[in-house]
Design a protein around this ligand. Structure first.
Ligand SMILES: [Zn+2]
Length: 262
């Protein structure tokens, strides 16, 4: 089992409390980061070194975080973990993959929606080590391998969806392909992941708007960005919650029946 090293999570006394408290902390740290980085934009772009420095300052340099270029990748951005060089069983820190300009490899103001989305993921991960552990477990026991295609097609997707068909047919049919513990894990992981994405998109859009307003002199026109609405996160999270409750109830009833037979 892969462990999360000290340089990849905040000290426990800083991120105690329930999910809501930890989410608030992640948003607070992201806001702090924005306030710093916002001032660094004297031109339309800043160096990745400054970006990295600001990110590390927020965690008082306790967390390892590096910047990588996502401009040649299929995805716009990502927040990835990296392992300790000497101990491949331990996570040493994070790598924030954000787009860098083609020519001078700098971080552009117009990419603020992406980098503020990814920085939210970073702060969310370091304040929610349990969440990271859950995701690692899903990779290690192959649950991700079995479910990722479905997750991307029906859940983390902008495609139009019919709530009824997804809830009554598509999802139940898919769950049948998984074992009982896998079903619970998949439903739980998915709702946490969607909730994290929903929050990342909100922050991305919010700060995209703000940074442009703050630097009207640097931009030619104000651009709007995806705020997550087209993914229907809320509806899908509710649907997952209902399905999870049903699944838990069914599994409990089954247990009861087994005991009654004895
Ligand atoms: Zn994301």
């Amino acid at each position: 089992m892969i462990k999360i090293g000290q340089t990849a999570k905040l000290p426990l006394d800083l991120c105690r409390g329930n999910t809501i408290k930890r989410n608030q902390l992640a948003h607070r740290l992201n806001r702090k980061f924005f306030n710093k980085i916002n001032k660094d934009f004297n031109t339309k772009d800043i160096s990745p070194e400054i970006f990295e420095k600001r990110l590390c300052e927020i965690t008082k340099n306790k967390i390892e975080c590096t910047i990588a270029d996502s401009s040649e990748q299929k995805y716009k951005g990502a927040c990835r973990i990296f392992l300790d060089e000497d101990n491949q069983n331990e996570i040493a820190g994070f790598s924030l993959c954000i787009p860098l300009n083609k020519y001078d490899k700098k971080v552009a103001l117009y990419d603020a929606d992406i980098f503020m989305h990814e920085s939210f993921h970073f702060f969310y991960e370091i304040t929610n080590p349990k969440n990271l552990k859950r995701n690692l477990k899903a990779i290690e026991n192959n649950l991700i391998l079995k479910t990722e295609e479905f997750y991307k097609k029906y859940l983390y997707s902008k495609e139009k969806f019919d709530k009824k068909t997804l809830e009554k047919n598509i999802l139940p049919n898919f769950l049948k392909t998984l074992s009982k513990p896998e079903r619970i894990d998949f439903l739980q992981n998915s709702r946490y992941r969607l909730s994290e994405e929903m929050q990342a998109f909100k922050d991305g859009a919010k700060y995209y708007d703000k940074i442009q307003d703050n630097h009207l002199d640097l931009i030619s026109e104000k651009i709007k960005t995806e705020n997550g609405e087209s993914y229907n996160f809320k509806k899908k999270i509710n649907l997952l919650n209902r399905t999870l409750a049903k699944e838990l109830q069914a599994q409990r009833n089954e247990l009861k029946n087994i005991f009654m037979l004895k």
